[in-house]
Every structure is written in C-alpha cells, then in structure tokens.
Design a protein around this ligand. Structure first.
Ligand code: 5AD
Ligand code: SF4
Ligand code: FES
Length: 362
C-alpha cells in the first residue's frame, strides 16, 4: 500500500475511540471525523458505523409510511418548494376519507407506522387533527408520527392524548445565524424548545438537519450532531439540500452526498442507539443511496404513502424518487433492497430503543 492509501495513525485511533465510546467525542473530534476524505479512512469509518449499528440497533430496517396530507404552508423557508411565495405550485389537502384509505393500505402491507406530514397548514385546527388521530386509532393498530411543523405546547399535549405516538421536527441547522438566514418565520431557539416540550410530553422525538446549505461549515454539521446528542432524540434524519428552482436558493449548489454519508456514519458513532433514516433527498441524488446509507449506519426508510396525483405536488425539491410508483410497488422494491444488503425488514412498530431504555432503567 502506498503512503497515500494508508490510514493516518491519528485517524485510526480516533475512529477506534468513536467506535468504543462515541458518546464522549468533542465537537473538534466530530468535526475531524467529518473531514475524512481518503478512501481507506472512509472505509474504516463505514465499518465502524456499521459495526456500531449492528451492536446498538440490530439487523432490522424499519419502514415508516410517509403520508403527505397537505402541501399548504404558511412559512417561507428559503430552500423549500412548498414555501408560501411559490405560487407556481398547485396546492392540495387530502380529506379525512383519503387519509384513512391511505393508512388502510399501509396497514395491509404490514407497515406499522404512518408519518402524517404537511406544511404548516392552519386549515387543520387542533380539533380537526385530534379527530383525525382518533379516527385512525379507532380503525387501525398503527403508530402515528406527526410532522406538521410548529404547534403550541397545549396542542402538542392534546395530540398526544388523541393518539399521536411520535413527532418529527427537524432543527434544520444548529447554527443560529444560518437558521435565521433561511427561516423568516421561526427561530432556532423555538425549534429546540419544541423538541424539549415534545420529550416532556412523552413523544418519541425525531429531529434532523440539512447538509450543504449555502455557507454551512463542517463545524456547523458537528454542532448538529452535538445538539441532538444533548436533546437525546429518538431519531435523527440527515438529508442533502437540493436546490428548487422556484425558491431564493434555486441557483445554489446541492449538498454533497458523500458528506451526507459521513453525517450518517458519525451520527451512528456518537448517538449510538438512535434511529437513523436514509432520506428521500439522499436517494433522489444517488440511486443506491439507500443501500449505502444502510451499510454506513442507517436503519430506517420512509416509503411514500401519498396517493397519486398529490405525491408529485409535495415538491420540497424536484425529481423526488418514486413519484410514479405505487406504495405496493415500493414495498416490494424495498424488500429486495433490504435483502441485498443482508438485512431484514422489522416486524412491528419499531419503537425507539432509547424510549424502552428510558422507561425501564437498567
Ligand atoms: N432539499 C432537501 N430537503 C428539503 N427539505 C425542505 N426543502 C428541501 C430541499 N430543497 C426538508 C426540510 C424539512 C423536510 C420536511 O424536508 O429539512 O424539514
Ligand atoms: Fe413549510 Fe416545512 Fe417547507 Fe419550511 S420546510 S416552507 S415549514 S413545508
Ligand atoms: Fe419506490 Fe423503489 S422504493 S420504486
């Protein structure tokens, strides 16, 4: 092996320490891991993340059905195609009947989680969302994740009582200045407070961030991992930023897929027993992104359960994967892909292992 191809002793020692005691890594050490670029060092990082994933969360890959029930949004995030100023996008809202039908399809395919996702759409009041949650729980034995953006704590408490099990709200970036630059309608502090409130209310909580926002640095990304370590989230989703032409960031460069894999791997080493999805954005930029993500630390995938023709209109960015495929087709496709990396699809809800450990201290 030539000198260029070998692993620097410092990096070797750091990856070994991350594998054994990743929770203890400093911000500087996390940044250093994210800076790795040589193929042998990356291989070592992937192996350490894969080993840790096996130890901490096992061989199952869990399916979460993503049901995008409204693409109306009152916010104006600079990167997002659903932003309120994007008047070129046709808007839709699914009826309760359409939502229940889509949940029925998930249930028949043994996908035991539905993620109810929407823009921040005030049309759905606390009352209407509570009655929707109750209607789903009445007919189906399925875990419900809400991903509906900001809601006051009193509403979050009411949703929990009405049957919501989990809540997903990405902090997007842990750099407050960067957050402020791209989110005119909210602050990072409020996001973080909502994540804390959700934990207190007994939700399984998911956060996440974007990779490759203009101006974002490797230390910003290290801070993303450190923030979710501190918040002790149950799930952490990382996806590359994909510029949407009808937004203010339309001409920016997309986020790097290789940096996204590094974020997945380092997050696994630092956060240990957390759920980590391969995001649709990653698989949109790279055809085998799911397989690579699953062998570099991830253990979740979110097949799209939104019925046609609405699926195409949930246009966070263009050319989203699986736009023309049915849920049934995607279920089969994912089964094959999961098998191809020697793993199994989880049976049941795939409740957070962290939650189980929180409930029964050992
Ligand atoms: N590229 C990648 N991800 C995006 N999101 C929104 N717009 C984009 C984009 N252009 C992500 C945000 C949000 C999630 C629902 O989708 O991180 O939290
Ligand atoms: Fe709305 Fe979410 Fe898009 Fe922001 S990222 S504009 S809150 S849908
Ligand atoms: Fe949708 Fe493969 S997961 S076609």
């Amino acid at each position: 092996m030539s000198k260029e191809e070998s692993v620097a002793p410092r990096i070797h020692a750091l990856i070994e320490r991350a594998q054994a005691r990743g929770k203890e890594l400093s911000l500087t050490e996390i940044t250093e891991l994210l800076s790795i670029t040589t193929p042998p060092e990356l291989d070592l990082l992937w192996q350490a993340a894969d080993w840790t994933r096996r130890q901490e969360v096992g061989e199952e890959i869990w399916l979460r059905g993503l049901l995008e029930f409204s693409n109306v949004c009152r916010c104006n995030c600079f990167y997002c195609g659903l932003r309120r100023d994007n008047t070129l996008l046709p808007r839709y809202r699914l009826t309760e009947e359409q939502i229940l039908e889509a949940v029925g399809r998930l249930s028949r395919l043994r996908i035991d989680t539905v993620v109810l996702q929407s823009g921040e759409d005030p049309y759905f009041t606390a009352e209407s969302l509570m009655s929707l949650l109750q209607a789903i729980k009445h007919s189906y034995d399925i875990a419900i994740t809400l991903s509906i953006g900001y809601r006051p704590k009193s509403e979050l408490a009411a949703f929990r009582r009405a049957g919501a099990d989990r809540f997903l709200i990405r902090h997007e970036t842990a750099n407050p200045d960067l957050y402020a630059a791209f989110h005119p309608d909210s602050t990072l502090a409020d996001r973080v407070q909502q994540l804390r409130d959700l934990r207190e209310l007994g939700y399984e909580v998911g956060s996440g961030c974007l990779v490759g926002l203009p101006g974002q640095t490797l230390s910003d990304l290290a801070a993303d991992i450190a923030l979710v370590r501190q918040l002790d989230v149950d799930m952490f989703g990382v996806g590359p930023f994909i510029p949407h032409p009808d937004t203010p960031l339309g001409d920016a460069s997309p986020g790097s897929v290789s940096l996204t894999y590094k974020m997945i791997a380092v997050a696994r080493l630092v956060l240990r027993d957390v759920h980590i999805p391969v995001t649709t954005a990653l698989s949109t930029l790279e055809e085998d992104g799911r397989e690579k993500g699953w062998t570099r630390g991830a253990n979740i995938v979110m097949p799209n359960a939104t019925p046609a023709p609405y699926r195409a209109q949930y246009e966070l960015y263009k050319n989203k994967r699986c736009i023309d495929d049915t849920l049934e087709h995607c279920r089969g496709c994912l089964e094959r892909r999961v098998k191809s990396v020697g793993r199994v699809i989880g049976q049941g809800r795939g409740t957070s292992l962290k939650l189980a450990r929180r409930a029964v201290p050992v």
